[in-house]
Design a protein around this ligand. Structure first.
Ligand code: MF3
Ligand code: CO
Length: 261
């Protein structure tokens, strides 16, 4: 069942996403060689709570932390911990949701730590391009498959693979609503997009082979070949002509300035 949102509901979702975006701005300030993944999650957790939001990954299907923090070959659902210390050349993804005034927001961002290799930088840039290319398709009258097709085509042209095991999704009062938003697909396939649909679009790219492994903690999903992976996500509302992006990377950009990619 797909729930179309009213304009009032969209504004509440924007508020929820703003808190999440601001939390990621705080994270951007903190990311540096020497900090732990637990610290990254704590920064976001404390900020979200200070604004009256709830980091809603905590306890979702028993996930044990406020935010997912995934390093290098870890694609999604990394569990933040005190042992994993970021080092120069790593890439680190924060992914999480906020529940605020009854509505969920969902966004993810992969950050470089210090100086990263050209190949990692190309992976980050391509993954972020895939996100905006996917969002361009999230307009009234297009089909769901147009989003996946656009993302997959751009990723594969650059020599990267899209993850098949994890997908984007509808979002609203629930973190995961219908429909599933695959990062692969065929043009013209799938349901027709309607104004008021709210989607979390989240390309997840692998720089090596596309096989995935779940680590022994039961959550952390990493590339089988341990090649780097990246993930960017924004929540959007389908509109006529142009999607309305509800999440924001603006606070990250403000912090990173000319290091923002
Ligand atoms: N933000 C993730 C998503 O994109 C979180 C879901 S997994 C969780 O759907 F267990 F951590 F909540
Ligand atoms: Co999501």
């Amino acid at each position: 069942m797909i729930y179309l949102k009213t304009d009032e509901e969209i504004e509440l979702m924007r508020e929820s996403n703003r808190i999440l975006g601001m939390a990621y701005g705080e994270v951007a300030k903190a990311i540096a060689p020497g900090v732990t993944t637990a610290y990254i999650s704590r920064i976001a957790d404390e900020f979200v709570r200070s604004q009256g939001g709830i980091p809603s990954c905590l306890g979702y299907e028993n996930y044990p932390a406020a935010f997912c923090v995934s390093v290098n070959e870890q694609l999604v659902h990394g569990i933040p911990n005190e042992e994993t210390v970021l080092k120069d050349g790593d890439i680190v993804t924060i992914d999480g949701c906020v529940l605020y005034k009854g509505f969920q927001s969902d966004s993810a961002y992969t950050f470089p730590v210090g100086e990263i290799s050209d190949e990692k930088m190309r992976l980050l840039r391509t993954t972020k391009e895939c996100l905006y290319i996917g969002i361009e398709q999230a307009v009234t009258g297009h089909r769901l498959g147009d989003i996946g097709y656009a993302i997959q085509t751009h990723a594969e042209k650059a020599g990267f693979q899209v993850c098949r095991e994890f997908v984007g999704h509808g979002i609203g009062r629930e973190m995961h609503e219908d429909p599933e938003v695959c990062n692969y697909g065929r043009r013209g396939n799938g349901i027709v997009l309607k104004s008021g649909m709210t989607l979390a679009i989240e390309p997840m790219l692998l720089s090596g082979r596309r096989n995935m492994i779940i680590e022994d903690d039961g959550w952390t999903a990493r590339s089988a070949d341990r090649k780097p992976t990246a993930h960017y996500e924004l929540s959007v509302c389908v509109r006529n002509g142009k999607a309305d992006i509800l999440s924001t990377f603006d606070y990250i950009q403000e912090v990173l300035k000319d290091r923002y990619i």
